[in-house]
Design a protein around this ligand. Structure first.
Ligand SMILES: C[S@@+](CC[C@H](N)C(=O)[O-])C[C@H]1O[C@@H](n2cnc3c(N)ncnc32)[C@H](O)[C@@H]1O
Length: 221
């Protein structure tokens, strides 16, 4: 294991609830005033790759398999999944304002089969059931990793809790722009196996090839 893989990220406001509450307070206003759903984290391409991967590689049963979006933000991924025909959808976020925005965005799209809940995924008593086939995360593990307080403990608790809420053989589909594939595999290896990497754009610099975004699917051990 290299030292680089053992390092934590530099702390940031993005790792605090206050930041997200302020962000979504503005985004709710923008949505009410202009119908603008706000920031599409990591771009619309990464969101459509997620939906394509779920449809073509993970072969979930749309009527039966439960999917949870961890840190659902504006709820747009839930809209996309509902439009694809997935029936058992749950969105959680620790920001009440994110949940309010998700509820408004879902209503605007005439989607009524999504359960929303304010929930801190790091919290041991989060009361989530253990019957999800797929947990989706776009940017939430990143945000937790940027916490100014105890980021490593929070990351480890996140990994433990996601493992608990998944069925045996369930999937975690994770999109990160802060961690590399090698780092994520190392973080998750005790409780998850890497199933596949979704190809993302690469850039070459000084003879090294890098990715701006990493998208991985893990299976629960
Ligand atoms: C980068 S945003 C991504 C939002 C959404 N997944 C998307 O792709 O648009 C990170 C989200 O994670 C949420 N979040 C951060 N820490 C969390 C935690 N411990 N439990 C639940 N949600 C959390 C934030 O409120 C925010 O909505």
């Amino acid at each position: 294991m290299t030292d680089k893989i053992m390092q934590e990220l530099d702390p940031s406001d993005l790792g605090t609830l206050e930041f997200w509450e302020k962000t979504y307070a503005v985004e709710i206003e923008n949505f009410r005033d202009h119908g603008d759903v706000g920031e599409v984290w990591f771009g619309s391409e990464s969101a459509s790759k997620v939906v394509r991967c779920i449809n073509s590689k993970l072969l979930l049963k749309k009527e039966e398999d439960k999917i949870i979006d961890l840190g659902c933000g504006n709820g747009m991924l839930l809209v996309d999944l509902a439009n694809e025909g997935f029936k058992k959808l749950v969105g959680v976020d620790y920001s009440q304002k994110a949940i309010n925005l998700s509820a408004a965005v879902l209503e605007e799209n005439n989607i009524s089969n999504v359960e929303l809940q304010v929930c801190d995924i790091v919290d041991a008593g989060n009361n989530l059931p253990g019957d999800f086939k797929l947990a989706h995360d776009k940017g939430t593990y990143d945000a937790i990793s940027l916490s100014p307080e105890n980021p490593k403990e929070k990351r480890l608790k996140y990994i433990e809790n996601v493992h608990k809420i998944l069925l045996r053989g369930g999937y975690l589909l994770l999109t990160s722009c802060n961690w590399t594939k090698d780092e994520l595999v190392e973080h998750f290896r005790e409780k998850f196996d890497l199933l596949l990497e979704i190809p993302t754009r690469t850039f070459a610099f000084g003879g090294q090839i890098g990715h701006t975004v990493t998208q991985l699917v893990f299976t629960k051990k």
